[in-house]
Design a protein around this ligand. Structure first.
Ligand code: F3S
Length: 755
């Protein structure tokens, strides 16, 4: 189930016919994105043209990738599905749970000790169910996927938002929640709203200090962090084909920072070079045979305005290197114009760290170009002002860059070479003992996200995003407003010196090499593998199937919380320190709704227990109701459950005994997640009825036994004084989803069907 050339041949074999049919149905030439989408329909050959931004469509992805933090709950759920093997090639990558502190060897040892049970669990589940397993230290999920699995024209989903990185090799690759991944692992379709399409035409050519990173930093400035929402961004033009494959990966990777569904590029020679360099001659040969389907029809790129919903043009020859930040990746400043801006805004000009790596910028090309700057610091006798940290993207990149003397250059500058893992990119950075009280400072990195506290937990760290080569230059100078194109530095001999433009190799001149890539193939027959989870583990807990909620349970329900205003998946299931419990439903349930604001007192995590009249935390109060066998209702405002697709936000309330969530409107993915977990997700027919809900209310769904598609449900609200209101609630359950409810969850139904 690792790399599968037959699967790729199968995709290509049917692509021509499907693309032709789609072209006929759509009635005009097709973009690359449309070709990939229409050739991955769940039902096979297209039957109708879909409306972009409107129609929900079932797809059949070719691959799934999961990282260690999200894979825990995904695999715990998959184990409930009653399947012997995953239905689609799947890999698990251990990269998020490794802290960067003392350097690769010590940090990896520490992670293997502190997260041993999680890694062992992921390894054994992978072995049992036919999933490829990449051990801690093997690399960062998206770099490993690009090197081993991504292929032009393919469709992939992954339980990580930067799954989109694989667009650099011409895929449509999309980040999803664990519940979606489980559906596909179990052999079901994956649903997505047919995306809108944004075309980005790249003219000119990158040169000098400007890098692929600057392209996406510019796009982020233009579109902002929301501008790509619901859309696929398709890059094309001479500027696109002149860039390396891994450079394209960087651009697609940060598509997540503009909210895009994904980003992609048409198949070209850079992709062919990359495939051949990474030992996939056969994929390149197969891709070459169907080249015309792996890029848009020629008319599209000639007249993009006619085929995309929005078109942006960027001339790479005029693009300037950028520094984006702090605190948001779309706040762009041209290198060389920082002094005034930083001073006005109080951003510290002194830079304390330069970090190079993450899934965004950790390719051989990235490290070689950054090292050409580092080498100049040695040659020109410059003392680096900031500290350097390097995270190679994979063991293959690490091994090859070590062999080629690239890492040694950084080491001579006293750089810390961290594990091939996420590290500081996800806050796994042992920079401070007490980050909350750490001083104000600036850092520069080549990662993708720079929200407050993201890298080191310090709210006063101002993180700026730049290309690896610019990160190296600024770290050497130790100043945010250093412009290597014009500024000089004083060396140890007191001489003024300048840094020359970066140079580097797109691909290693002597080829990639690796001794132990950290991959473990699963057993052909894993039926004998025992998955061990200690009963007293605080990190992992095997799931019990949810018991179906009966019509009688929907009588006499108590109000748990009436949430006021914004209630995102973060308010429902917080991240941060709770990340360590992602594989233990009962423990992570102790954060359920603790971020939601109680509409009756405007406080968080402070609700009335109707049984005692006392106030307490939401999870504790809910557990009291559960003990008494009383189900509860959560009431919410508009767009309830927006944010991430994390299924914990639905599983936790379900686990604790919440039966119904009634809101003015739902974020769609969360609504589906509630349905999948066998709960009732309802909306007020008249949203002003939200105001009728009082703190001591008891609820009866009077027609619960008649739950059917398109039939509203009637909610009787009994107030403390005995008065009643009758509220009509709507729902969007179809027949299949009502079966999920009746069975207790979608997984229970899958299991029953597989029995
Ligand atoms: Fe890891 Fe950061 Fe990428 S957390 S997957 S390196 S975005």
């Amino acid at each position: 189930m690792a790399f599968d050339i037959d699967m790729i041949k199968g995709v290509y074999a049917s692509m021509g016919e499907r693309v032709e049919k789609a072209r006929e149905l759509v009635g005009k030439p097709l973009t690359l994105s449309e070709k990939i989408l229409y050739s991955h329909l769940w039902d096979g050959k297209p039957e109708k043209a879909f409306v972009r931004g409107k129609d929900y469509v079932d797809f059949a992805p070719d691959r799934i990738a999961c990282q260690d933090a999200t894979a825990q709950m995904a695999l715990l759920q998959f184990m409930q599905a009653g399947k012997d093997k995953v239905a689609v090639p799947t890999t698990v990558h251990c990269d998020h749970l490794i802290q960067a502190k003392d350097g690769a060897a010590a940090d990896l040892k520490h992670a293997n000790e502190t997260s041993k049970e999680v890694f062992d669990f992921l390894g054994s589940v992978s072995n049992k169910y036919g999933i490829g397993f990449w051990k801690p230290g093997a690399g960062i999920i998206h770099q490993v996927v690009l090197e081993n699995y991504a292929f032009p024209g393919g469709m992939m989903i992954g339980t990580d938002s930067h799954t989109v990185n694989a667009g650099g090799l011409g895929m449509v690759a999309i980040g999803v929640g664990g519940a979606d991944a489980v559906d596909v692992m179990a052999g079901m379709a994956w649903e997505l709203k047919f995306p809108k399409l944004i075309g980005v035409k790249l003219t000119g050519k990158l040169s000098g200090w400007t890098a692929p990173k600057d392209v996406i930093l510019k796009v982020a400035e233009i579109l902002t962090v929301k501008g790509g929402t619901g859309a696929i961004v398709e890059y094309f033009g001479p500027g696109a084909t002149s860039m390396s494959c891994t450079g394209k990966g960087t651009i697609c990777n940060m598509g997540a920072e503009i909210g895009a569904t994904t980003s992609t590029f048409g198949y070209d020679e850079s992709m062919e070079r990359y495939l051949r360099a990474t030992d996939r001659e056969d994929v390149a040969d197969e891709a070459n045979k169907v080249k015309e389907h792996l890029t848009a029809d020629p008319e599209v790129y000639a007249n993009p305005e006619q085929y995309f919903d929005q078109v942006i043009e960027i001339n790479l020859s005029e693009l300037k290197p950028l520094l984006n930040g702090p605190f948001t990746p779309d706040l762009a400043t041209e290198v060389g114009t920082m002094t005034d801006k930083a001073t006005e805004n109080g951003w510290p000009l002194a830079v304390e760290w330069g970090l190079i790596g993450s899934c965004t910028n950790s390719s051989y090309e990235d490290l070689s170009r950054a090292s050409s700057i580092a080498q100049q610091a040695l040659d020109k006798k410059l003392k680096t002002k900031a500290e350097f940290g390097i995270n190679p993207g994979s063991e293959q990149v690490r091994y090859t860059t070590e062999r080629d003397g690239i890492l040694e250059i950084f080491e001579k500058l006293d750089a810390k070479i961290f594990t091939n893992a996420c590290g500081p990119c996800i806050g796994q950075w042992g920079r401070y003992e007490d980050p909350k009280n750490a001083p104000k400072n600036s850092i520069v990195h080549s990662f993708n996200r720079n929200f407050a506290k993201r890298a080191d937990g310090n709210p006063n760290t101002h993180a700026f995003v730049a290309s690896p080569e610019m990160t190296a230059a600024i770290a050497i100078a130790g100043r945010l407003d250093f412009n290597p194109l014009t500024d000089t530095l004083i060396n140890e001999d007191g001489e003024e010196v300048m840094l020359d433009e970066p140079t580097g190799w797109e691909l290693p001149p002597k080829g990639f090499e690796v001794k132990e890539n950290g991959y473990e193939d699963p057993l052909e027959d894993g039926s004998g593998v025992e998955v061990k989870v200690a009963s007293d583990s605080e990190r992992l807990q095997l799931l019990e199937p949810f018991v179906p909620i009966k019509a009688s349970d929907l009588q006499g329900m108590k109000l748990l919380i009436k949430a006021f205003g914004k209630c995102t998946t973060d308010h429902i299931s917080m991240a941060g320190p709770w990340l360590r419990f992602r594989g233990h439903l009962d423990n992570i349930a102790n954060n359920t709704l603790i971020g939601a604001v109680n509409a009756f007192n405007q406080k968080t995590n402070f609700v009335k227990n109707q049984l005692t009249g006392e106030y307490g935390g939401v999870p504790d109060t809910q557990r009291e109701y559960k003990k008494k066998g009383i189900m509860t209702v959560v009431v919410g405002d508009h767009n309830y459950g927006e944010g991430s697709s994390r299924e914990h936000a639905a599983m936790q309330p379900r686990h604790l005994g919440v039966a119904v969530v009634i809101v003015k409107s739902f974020a769609r993915i969360h609504e589906t997640n509630l349905k999948k977990q066998g709960m009732l997700a309802l909306t007020f027919a008249n949203e002003d009825d939200y105001d009728l809900i009082q703190e001591d209310d008891t609820f009866n769904i009077v027609d619960a036994a008649e739950f059917a598609p398109d039939k509203p449900l009637t909610l009787e609200v009994v107030h403390a004084d005995g008065s009643k209101d009758t509220i009509i609630t709507n729902h969007s359950y179809n027949d299949a989803q009502i079966k999920w409810f009746n069975e207790g969850s979608a997984l229970n139904l899958i299991k029953k069907q597989n029995a």
